[in-house]
Design a protein around this ligand. Structure first.
Ligand code: 3PG
Length: 373
């Protein structure tokens, strides 16, 4: 169901689940502020649609991963401040970080009941969190008339096109961390893509699985075996052929080498030759999906790999989709955000939708539909 399918919204109280999980930075005075407001701006069309029609909006989100209890460093206060700047003083309330309560991740019915109390309607615009079967994502449609927000609907439409009408060859470039978490998704992606290029922190687990020395780089031991199986599956997986490394005991000392790294060195970015190989893949593809930075790009010394990939995405004639808060932030940092076909607000959600063709948050919204009739 879309926003237009909701019963009259004027004068009603609408609970909007958004994914306002954004990176925060500390300013000189120690105050936390929003480092990148892409996800905040992405959900504005939904909020504005509701406000313009006279609804009272209560936004809710998770922020980071607090362990089910309040953590002052993960308060939504900076998000609230930035939203106020973007929206002006409107009838919008922002609830405190949902994950401060263990009931959110546990999908506790009592928590759902407290969340929906006092609201007439529910809108899910949290595409980036729609792969989590958490209380605020799957609970409200059981009792409140519900709809997908603009952002959620657009994301699903674009990603459906990526799967159903992808112009070949289809190339996926995956970076970032969380190798173990991304593995099932990578496995499914490999059934669809012609080439999977792997960089970022997760490439070290793959490199180690391929028998390489990775020095002091992070390796997820519990993912090694599965990475090895993927590498041996005969699918086309491109691993880095060179890396920018940093000396562990003298961080100012850098070198490009590899793919093997000696102990005492830590890989921080893909090397230039690797970046150029990935760029060639992107530029000769029919469709490209990029998820996750290729190095620790926040530090300019380790940004070259991510920049090469971002520039190749911008230059490629392919249908280009960027998924993941960090990759989207990188595109924005390089001034290239409007040069790709779609900048997705989802990370894990994007990959899981590509893998399974559905998400718990979408299924929950569909369950509302029969109740409506
Ligand atoms: C994300 O940033 O990918 C989403 O906000 C989901 O966050 P999570 O991985 O902590 O559930």
């Amino acid at each position: 169901p879309a926003l237009e399918d909701l019963p009259e919204v004027a004068g009603r109280s609408v609970l909007v689940r958004a994914d306002l999980n954004v990176p925060l930075v500390e300013d000189a005075s120690g105050r936390l502020t929003v480092a990148d407001d892409f996800r905040l701006r992405a959900t504005l069309p939904t909020v504005q649609w509701l406000i313009e029609r006279g609804a009272r909006v209560t936004l809710c989100t998770h922020l980071g991963r607090p362990a089910g209890r309040p953590d002052p460093r993960l308060s939504v206060a900076p998000v609230r401040d930035r939203l106020r700047e973007l929206l002006g003083d409107g009838p919008v309330e922002v609830l405190e970080n949902l994950r401060f309560d263990p009931g959110e991740e546990a999908n506790d019915p009592a928590f759902v009941a407290r969340l929906v109390a006092g609201h007439d309607l529910y809108v899910n615009d949290a595409f980036g969190a729609a792969h989590r079967a958490h209380a605020s994502i799957v609970g409200p449609p059981a009792t409140l008339p519900s709809a997908a927000g603009r952002l959620l609907a657009r994301e699903v439409a674009v990603l459906a096109r990526l799967v159903e009408r992808a112009e070949p060859p289809l190339v996926a470039v995956v970076g970032g961390a969380k190798a173990k978490e991304k593995l099932p998704l990578l496995r499914a992606l490999l059934d669809q893509v012609d080439t999977l290029a792997v960089g970022g922190a997760l490439c070290f687990t793959f490199l180690r699985a391929a028998g390489r020395e990775v020095g002091d780089s992070p390796v997820e031991e519990d993912a090694l075996e599965e990475c090895r199986a993927l590498l041996e599956s005969g699918r086309r997986i491109e691993l880095p052929v060179d890396l920018v490394a940093q000396r562990s005991d003298r961080p100012e000392e850098l070198a490009t080498s590899g793919p093997d790294l000696p102990s005492g060195w830590r890989g921080m970015d893909i090397g230039e030759r690797t970046g150029e190989r990935f760029a060639t893949l992107i530029e000769s593809a029919g469709t490209v999906l990029w998820n996750g930075p290729l190095g620790a790009y926040e530090d300019p010394r380790f940004a070259a790999g991510t920049r090469l990939v971002a520039e190749a995405m911008a230059a490629s004639p392919a249908f280009t989709v960027v998924g993941g808060g960090d990759s989207a932030a990188a595109m924005a940092a390089f001034g290239l955000a409007d040069r790709v076909d779609h900048l997705s607000s989802g990370g894990g959600a994007t990959l899981e939708l590509l893998e399974k063709g559905d998400l718990p948050g979408l299924a929950a919204l569909r369950r509302w539909a029969p109740l409506r009739r």
